[in-house]
Ligand binder design. Structure first.
Ligand code: GDP
Ligand code: IMO
Ligand code: MG
Length: 451
């Protein structure tokens, strides 16, 4: 029998649920911490020694010196973002990054032309996805098309790398020319030379990650996987085409991390006590907000419910700074996420913020089911991108709000109304809420040991 000591953290909705925070907490007694999917579209916030670490690529577990952190083969890696991040982490006093950060040689590289293509495809679409413009889709497309550039390629002789980039950009360059983007046409010699130098800089990080993983599993060491993005953004299981280009559900996360499913111990699904989404696509519990069609906040208007949640929750993208769309907690999505990702426990963050929202509005709501095609349902319907019919939330309303201060360390310490909210979520989703976020810092977390 294989040892089972893998903890996977996944997003249960549309991202930004606070995965970085709980992943870092779980990393405190872990040996390996792995990022498995996505790229610099992710923005994960970890508070380390009262310092905010907004990370896009390096797992937050790097803050704990006993960990080895891995960027897995399922990630798409923007090296310029990575260099900035490594420099920032060093400045923050995080030790031994060179020896503790490992990058799979099979990880694909996001090159500048992927970002140019991302912008172009979005601008040509009738209904843009609202991507982060970080080149994610085009990098995964090249990977599927077998013209991707991998970390191992950066270690090849320079002329071989240049040749690979020439092959990869034949069609892309025609696309740039056809769209009057001559300035984006790739100078393969120059780019090849630059990325060959990047390979030289990163050669000690690039490795075969499997032996590290096999050893850890053999020795029953704890492995934490810091999932990125979330269930409803999954390429197969989300609101296609308003999704990302990877598989953030647990099965995709295992694949992107090169992990065997038999070694999986626990899946923690992360959500917020209210919900948010950046980019376009359905959001059944979304509340009205003063945001124009480009996502800009319209000032000088009376704040609407969505504005109040966004401001109290500081809901602005870590990666793009875009204001996030906000709405009430949606339990039917959790019911679907529970099965697709096999979620064992829920981490419910921002219970403190929801209390403040309740105090400001005089009520909080939680969607416990939907009305869809004339029927009451408890899951997220599969065909809404085809019918165009957004399910209508059925809400339970709690009157008032609550205050959670730093003295709240146990479930029993929570205000009665906050506990009532948690119980409604547990009942409607069928997932036990084992972790409750009461603030951004790593000790702002209630762990219910009895669950
Ligand atoms: P991720 O992408 O899922 O890792 O989440 P982000 O880091 O993008 O967004 C979550 C935000 O909420 C960050 O600014 C966190 O510091 C903050 N946060 C996480 N948990 C809590 C919580 O329980 N309460 C409060 N007030 N903030 C939290
Ligand atoms: P974390 O890991 C929130 C969204 C984008 C867009 C769609 C596709 O921080 O939770 P992409 O650039 O991936 O092609 O954009 O996916 N998106 C995220 N939204 N949090 C994220 O990551 C996201 N990563 C991608 O806003 O709607
Ligand atoms: Mg985020």
């Amino acid at each position: 029998m294989m040892n089972k000591n893998i903890t996977i953290i996944v997003g249960a909705k549309w991202g930004d649920e606070g995965k970085g925070k709980i992943a870092a907490i779980e990393a405190q007694n872990a040996k390996l911490v792995i990022r498995a999917t996505g790229g610099s579209n992710a923005g994960h916030t970890v508070i380390y020694k009262e310092q905010k670490l907004p990370l896009h690529l390096v797992p937050g577990g790097i803050a704990y010196p006993q960990t080895t952190c891995i960027i897995g083969p399922g990630v798409v890696l923007d090296l310029e973002v990575l260099f900035e991040e490594i420099a920032f982490l060093k400045k923050c006093g995080i030790p031994d990054i060179e020896s503790r950060l490992k990058i799979s040689g099979r990880t694909h590289v996001t090159l500048p032309y992927h970002k140019d293509l991302d912008g172009l495809y979005e601008s040509l679409k009738n209904k843009p996805v609202g991507t982060t413009k970080r080149g994610i889709g085009p990098t995964y497309a090249d990977k599927s098309n077998r013209i991707g550039i991998r970390m191992y390629d950066l270690l090849l002789p320079e002329d071989e790398l240049i040749h690979k980039i020439e092959e990869a950009t034949k069609v892309h360059n025609q696309v740039f020319k056809a769209n009057n983007m001559e300035n984006c046409v790739v100078d393969c010699q120059k780019l090849g030379k630059q990325y060959h130098e990047y390979g030289e800089t990163l050669k000690n990080y690039i490795t075969d990650i499997e032996p590290l993983i096999f050893n850890s599993i053999k020795n029953n060491e704890k492995i934490v996987v810091e999932g990125a993005q979330a269930f409803r953004l999954d390429l197969d299981h989300g609101d296609y085409p308003m999704v990302t280009s990877s598989h953030p559900v647990v099965s995709g996360t295992l694949c992107g991390a090169a992990l065997p499913a038999q070694a999986l111990n626990v899946v923690i699904g992360v959500d917020k006590a209210y919900n948010s989404r950046v980019g376009n696509g359905p959001f059944p519990t979304e509340l009205p907000a003063s945001i124009d069609e480009n996502g800009n906040v319209i000032k000088d208007t009376t704040p609407l419910e969505g504005d109040i949640i966004r401001d109290l929750g500081h809901e602005y993208g870590t990666t793009t700074g875009r204001p996030r769309r906000c709405g009430w907690m949606d339990c039917p999505i959790l019911c679907s996420a529970k099965y697709t990702s096999g979620i064992d426990y829920l981490c419910l963050n921002h219970l403190d913020t929801l209390g403040e929202i309740g105090k400001k509005l005089g009520y909080v709501k939680v969607c416990t089911s939907y009305m869809y095609k004339g029927e009451k349902i408890h899951h997220y319907p599969d065909d809404i991108m085809v019918t165009g019919e957004i399910p209508e939330p059925v809400y339970e309303t709690l009157e008032g709000g609550w205050t959670i201060d730093s003295s709240c360390k146990k479930y029993e310490d929570l205000p009665e109304l906050a506990k009532k909210f948690v119980e409604i979520v547990e009942k409607a989703s069928g997932i036990p809420v084992k972790y409750i976020g009461t603030g951004p810092a790593s000790d702002d977390l209630i762990v219910r040991e009895d669950i």
